[in-house]
Design a protein around this ligand. Structure first.
Ligand code: VGL
Ligand code: ZN
Length: 206
């Protein structure tokens, strides 16, 4: 069985949001079309407490995009984003929700970030997404959303450990903090065995 994983399609990652991904809104209509082609759809939601260790403001003297060590792990600091209960943390209003079977929060522990939708960055704790998919008979996952060079990539890399994993390129957008970050992310996913596909090839696959 196939599942579609919608990664972090949230207001704060859309243009105008706190941690905007360029053209992030363009994934929404593609994600909506894709949902109809999958028997199972899940979403991840970056869901931080206000005191989260990935926020630069929680480290006096540190700036956004500075790199620090957070409880033994490298951490790039970001602006305050996706704080639990705020409008920025909500899934994009135009993202269809009717077919989303379950939403998996991530990044809920203040002491550790979670780029992946399956595990925190230290692989210390699972979000239960992988276990839930397994329990529902899923063998193949199709990953898309925001952002290609962060949460989509890490979600796909973790998924690859338990599922045949595809990355849907045109249903994803990246940050490109460094000019070729998205390109490198796709190369890295490919090396790990993840297959890059386009949405058009999937629309009749249910
Ligand atoms: C993300 C940075 C911080 C993402 C989440 O969804 O790609 N990036 N939190
Ligand atoms: Zn975050």
């Amino acid at each position: 069985m196939k599942a579609l994983i919608l990664v972090d399609i949230q207001n704060d990652f859309l243009p105008g949001g706190a941690l905007a991904v360029p053209e992030g809104d363009e994934v929404i209509p593609v994600a909506n079309r894709l949902q109809a082609a999958f028997p199972l759809v899940v979403a991840t939601q970056d869901w931080h407490p206000a005191n989260h260790g990935s926020f630069a403001v929680n480290h006096p003297g540190k700036k956004v995009f500075e790199k620090i060590e957070l409880n033994g792990l490298p951490q790039t600091l970001g602006p305050v984003h996706c704080v639990q209960g705020t409008a920025g943390a909500e899934l994009a209003a135009e993202l269809q929700r009717g077919q989303v079977a379950k939403i998996f929060p991530k990044g809920t522990d203040a002491g550790i970030d979670s780029y992946s939708g399956l595990f925190d960055n230290g692989h210390r704790r699972s979000t239960e997404l992988g276990e839930w998919l397994k329990a529902h008979g899923v063998t193949e996952v199709f990953v898309c959303g925001l952002a290609t060079d962060y949460c989509v990539k890490f979600t796909a890399l973790d998924a690859q450990l338990g599922f045949k994993t595809y990355f849907i390129e045109d249903a994803s957008r990246g940050v490109n903090l460094e000019p070729n970050d998205v390109k490198h992310a796709i190369t890295e996913m490919g090396r790990a065995g993840i297959i890059t596909v386009q949405s058009a090839g999937l629309l009749n696959s249910k």
